[in-house]
Structure formats: structure tokens, C-alpha cells
Design a protein around this ligand. Structure first.
Ligand code: UDP
Length: 249
């Protein structure tokens, strides 16, 4: 199995890998992974991931050994500049799901939607099929990352032979789940996508495009999902530690 492309340039933020890829390169790599047919894990790194990985060695290892560690959050973009190893642009997970649905409509790639609250994965899949007629939904299932459900979920997915599996259990559960099951699933592209189904299904509001462009999506999230404040407490610490670190840590 090819773990990652040898020509990918990466940076390490507090010891956590982020690949310096554009959106276009990401889509090309995903197409190549599907053509290869062997399993590949993709993670979408944001500052919360970096801070979680400081105290969760397994999570850090999963990110650092993934086929592709995408630069998701604005904080990652800022850190890459601060560390003088700039990423070309952000590749947010939610935007990637939408673009892959568009690609599915063009190429027939089979997508499976796993995770989120009951009904949300199905709703996200149908919203995408309406937006991109011809997009292929191999299946959807809420499920959960609990060990007792593991084997039955893997069987369910394997039976549908998807090309792309989106897993929305939140980090780090979704990424650990994928790493644990990657070889058994035999799905060429497995991506942890966090709250993406919620946004696409309209269960949670996505920040307006202009706010996302100026990098204030986090502020919008804090206002619309105030219960996140505790999770966001790590962000000043992230900034502080990046200010005192180097690109290779
Ligand atoms: N989730 C789930 N099972 C769990 C825990 C979470 O399906 O046991 C889902 C939750 O419904 C949400 C997603 O995982 O759709 C994660 O959302 P989160 O807010 O963590 O993602 P982020 O906004 O950080 O991408």
C-alpha cells in the first residue's frame, strides 16, 4: 500500500503533519487513490486536531501516517505562514465533500456517508444528489464509533463497495475509527469529515462565504454554537505555542 505520495511537501505544526496542497491537487490525488484501488486515509487538520494530538499519541500517529493531511482550519493557514512554510490555500472538509459529490456525478464514484445524528447522513446525501444529479450514493448510516458496532458497520460498508467513505463521528473518534478499519474496509478513500453532514443537511448553519473568506468562520461558529467555547479554549494556547515553535518540531 502506498501510504502517501512521495512528492507531497508537508510542514509539521507542533509535531503534527499538514500537507501543502491546493484544492485542485487534493482532487487529483483522490482520483489517483481511487484509480489505485488500495485504501487511503485522509484527515482534515485544524488547530483543535493539533492540540488534541499533543496529548493523544495514537491520534498524532494516525494524522502523521495518513495518505493526506489536509489544511482545514484558518489557524493552520496562519501557523504555516508564521512558521515560514506557507500552505497554498485551505482545503476545508465540508467544501471537499461537496466537490467530491460533484466529481461523483461526473465520474460515477460511489460515496458512502457514515455518522452524524440519525437521518442527517441521509439528508446530506440527498441534498448533494439534488445539487449534482447523477452523484452516486452507495449508502448512508448514522452508526456510532462504539466498539460493539464496529464489525457490523464495516460489513455494511464493504457490501456496498464504495470508492469514497465519509466518516462524521467528530475528531479524534472518526479518524481513529478509520485507521482501525482501513485495511478491512477496502475503500480506496476514507475521510474524517467532522460536522460536514450537519452543515450540508442544514442542521447547523454554515458561516456566510464572505466571513469564511476573511477567516472569521470560527467566530461565527462560536456565536451560533456557543457550547463550543470550551473546545475553543485551546486556540489561544495553539497560537502561543506556534509563536514559540519552528516548522519541524
Ligand atoms: N457524532 C456522531 N457520533 C458520535 C459523536 C459525534 O455521529 O458519537 C457526529 C455529530 O453528530 C456531528 C459530527 O460527529 O455530526 C462531529 O461534529 P463536530 O462538531 O465534532 O465536528 P466539527 O464541527 O469540529 O467538524
Amino acid at each position: 500500500m502506498i501510504l502517501r505520495s512521495p512528492d507531497l511537501s508537508s510542514l509539521y505544526i507542533l509535531g503534527v503533519r499538514v500537507d501543502r496542497v491546493t484544492f485542485g491537487q487534493t482532487l487529483a490525488l483522490i482520483e489517483a487513490f481511487i484509480a489505485q484501488g488500495t485504501p487511503h486515509q485522509i484527515v482534515t487538520v485544524n488547530p483543535e486536531f493539533v492540540m488534541l494530538a499533543q496529548r493523544n499519541a495514537e491520534f498524532r500517529q494516525v494524522i502523521n501516517q495518513s495518505a493526506l493531511a489536509l489544511p482545514d482550519g484558518i489557524g493552520v493557514w496562519w501557523a504555516s505562514r508564521r512558521l515560514r512554510c506557507p500552505i497554498p490555500e485551505r482545503v476545508p472538509g465540508v467544501d471537499l465533500v461537496v466537490r467530491l459529490a460533484q466529481l461523483s456525478a461526473a465520474k460515477g464514484y460511489r460515496m458512502y456517508f457514515l455518522g452524524a445524528m440519525p437521518g442527517v447522513a441521509a439528508r446530506a446525501a440527498s441534498v448533494l444528489q439534488t445539487r449534482f444529479p447523477g452523484a452516486v450514493v452507495a449508502g448512508h448510516y448514522a452508526g456510532s464509533p462504539r466498539a460493539e458496532e464496529n464489525a457490523s458497520i464495516v460489513e455494511r460498508i464493504r457490501a456496498q463497495r464504495p470508492d469514497i467513505l465519509f466518516v462524521a463521528f467528530g475528531a479524534p473518534a472518526q479518524d481513529l475509527w478509520i485507521a482501525r478499519n482501513l485495511q478491512t474496509l477496502q475503500v480506496p478513500v476514507c475521510i474524517g469529515v467532522g460536522g460536514s453532514f450537519d452543515y450540508i443537511a442544514g442542521v447547523r448553519p454554515l458561516a456566510p462565504q464572505w466571513l469564511r473568506k476573511i477567516g472569521l468562520e470560527w467566530l461565527y461558529r462560536l456565536i451560533t454554537q456557543p457550547w463550543r467555547w470550551r473546545r475553543m479554549l485551546v486556540l489561544p494556547l495553539f497560537a502561543w505555542r506556534v509563536l514559540w515553535s519552528r516548522a519541524v518540531d
